[in-house]
Write a protein that binds this ligand. Structure first.
Ligand code: DP6
Length: 359
């Protein structure tokens, strides 16, 4: 099925209804950084789906009072949120071609996150994938769409990508890949594909403890960072490298080679930040404490032989990654050596993806 073509029968335009979903954030191992046209990535990426950091959303709809001019109200944690509402409205209205029923209804969206306020954690992946899972469910329950479970996820990933690139990966359990990549069958720039079946036992239940080093609003948004790649002197070599890393990471996830996993993952995180530092104008999102934590993780790994490593998103917070069988030793290292450099620690791990909740 072409996920772009909505095949519902739009046979229930008089109806109203409500669905509730939860959807998690994800952490990229190979990084999406650079996009073109309508939310197409310049390079492929692979991520682990998380479980604790997630968004819960209720999406209610009823026939539009003024058909053709749908109203979209967005409540974040119980209060109208204009800025977030604008972004959602923009996404829905810009993509009417693939959401042809949007105009027929008025929409009320209530959303909240499980992670703390102003933790600096990017919430677009969980928020956008959550909204989209709800829409795809509405298409199924109320608008006569008839899709297999697999096609539903493919459509959800396609639509999530249009809202926020990284959100395309959050719809799948445990692991996902997004972006066309020569060595990866079925990979596409249009939607992510599941990577769960690739996972060697060594990666099952992998941990990602997120140390909040700074919760201040970022100086440069991801969207702007992506745009700035267009003029980055290193972009071509970077896109080539990201392809190679993604292909190799897939086979590392299959073989369970933790040493290579660590080299690729840390290399990708540092490259992402190096790209920021070499943009025009340049910008730095790491803080001194990010570097302190990175150094301590590397020293501890060298001394103890424990396969703990780090990655970074487009921000100063450090994601601390380790296998489940080393959970005890890593937890005590994090508590005694790292926690002092952050304001909060969110203990997360791989998770099962979006979930439908009782409306
Ligand atoms: C550094 O998905 O937030 O986290 O498509 O503009 O919404 P938009 O960008 P976004 O970018 C995420 C960038 C990243 C790397 C990644 O998640 O792959």
């Amino acid at each position: 099925m072409d996920p772009a073509s909505y095949n519902g029968r739009l046979n229930a335009l008089e109806s109203e209804g409500k669905v509730r979903w939860s959807s998690p954030s994800n952490i990229a191992l190979t990084k999406y950084w650079g996009k073109h046209d309508n939310q197409l990535p310049r390079n492929p990426s692979i991520s682990f789906t998380l479980s604790q950091a997630k968004t819960l959303s209720e999406v209610a709809f009823k026939p539009a009072q003024r058909p053709g001019e749908p109203s979209v109200s967005l409540f974040f944690e119980g209060k109208i949120n204009e800025a977030f509402g604008q972004r959602i409205r923009g996404f829905l209205l810009k993509n009417k071609e693939v959401l042809p029923y949007i105009d027929a209804f008025d929409w009320s969206i209530r959303t909240e996150n499980t992670f703390p306020h102003s933790s600096g954690i990017a919430s677009s992946a969980s928020a956008m994938s959550c909204l989209v899972m709800a829409l795809v469910d509405i298409e199924n329950q109320y608008l006569g769409a008839d899709r297999s479970a697999e096609d539903q996820l493919k459509r959800a990933s396609y639509l999530s990508r249009l809202a926020s690139g990284s959100a395309s990966r959050s719809v799948y359990p445990n692991c996902a890949e997004w972006g066309h990549c020569e060595g990866i069958e079925g990979s596409s720039d249009l939607f992510a594909i599941p990577g769960e079946d690739w996972l060697n036992e060594a990666f099952v239940g992998y941990h990602d403890d997120i140390l909040i080093v700074s919760a201040e609003e970022k100086e440069v948004s991801s969207s702007l960072g992506h745009q700035m790649m267009a003029t980055n002197a290193y972009r071509d070599i970077r896109y080539r490298q990201a392809n190679e890393n993604t292909i190799e990471l897939k086979s590392v996830l299959q073989s369970g080679d933790l040493d290579r996993f660590i080299e690729i993952t840390e290399g990708e995180a540092l490259t992402l930040h190096a790209l920021m530092m070499t943009s025009h104008p340049s910008f730095i999102l790491m803080k001194p404490n990010s570097l302190e934590v990175i150094e301590r993780i590397r020293n501890f790994r060298k001394e103890s032989g424990v396969p703990i490593c780090f990655t970074l998103d487009a921000g100063p917070n450090v994601h601390i990654l380790y296998p489940d069988r080393f959970a005890d030793v890593c937890r005590s290292f994090i508590t005694s050596e790292l926690q002092q450099f952050g304001s909060q620690l969110i203990e997360d791990h791989m998770g099962a993806g979006p979930e439908r909740l009782e409306a």
